[in-house]
Design a protein around this ligand. Structure first.
Ligand SMILES: [Zn+2]
Length: 189
């Protein structure tokens, strides 16, 4: 039997993270705007499409956030089953890449939002799913301080218009972050 060449396992090589192209940026601007005016159906549709293409390009940091936005939009539109499927799809990408801190933070935010929207059963379902997925050894000792950078951070990404939260941003250094939706570099002073 011929020997199979073994490839390095996931996570051992540096992650290549090219930002979205201009078309992706424009789509996201539109989707974020549709969210603001309450057109959740069309926003969800765009987020899902951009998420799919980000996933195809191997954007393992952006794709989950975009799926989460799509899931949030569909849930708000009343398509709750589709919404929760997309939330899980996004979270699963974090899990597959062993980004457990992001998995847990984004997951508990999604559970809280489902509760706020009045979908108590779905919130319980998602919470049970999160618990089952999370490795028992994982502890939340490395939770970053949400206040770090948030004061200086713009409310929305200048490139795609997405809402920015300090704990969802990859910080390259104290002054440079990266938009979780489009990968745009965000400079804070
Ligand atoms: Zn952005």
């Amino acid at each position: 039997m011929p020997r199979r060449r073994r490839f390095a396992p996931k996570g051992t090589r540096p992650v290549f993270r090219p930002p979205l192209d201009n078309r992706g940026h424009r789509s996201l601007q539109r989707a974020h705007r549709l969210m603001e005016i309450g057109d959740f159906v069309n926003a969800g549709d765009i987020f899902e499409r951009v998420a799919g293409s980000a996933h195809d390009k191997g954007l393992i940091w952006q794709a989950p956030r975009l799926y989460l936005q799509a899931g949030r939009a569909y849930t708000l539109a009343g398509s709750t089953r589709q919404g929760i499927d997309l939330l899980q799809h996004g979270l699963q990408i974090f899990a597959s890449n062993q980004h457990w801190m992001q998995f847990q933070q984004a997951g508990s935010r999604a559970v809280n939002e489902l509760q706020q929207f009045g979908h108590i059963d779905l919130a319980k379902e998602l919470e049970a799913w999160l618990q089952a997925k999370l490795p028992t050894a994982f502890e939340t000792t490395q939770t970053p301080d949400e206040s770090t950078g948030q004061k200086r951070l713009p409310l929305t990404c200048p490139a795609c218009g997405g809402p920015l939260r300090a704990n969802e941003i990859e910080w390259q250094d104290a002054h440079t972050g990266e938009c979780p939706y489009c990968g745009n570099g965000i400079r804070v002073e």
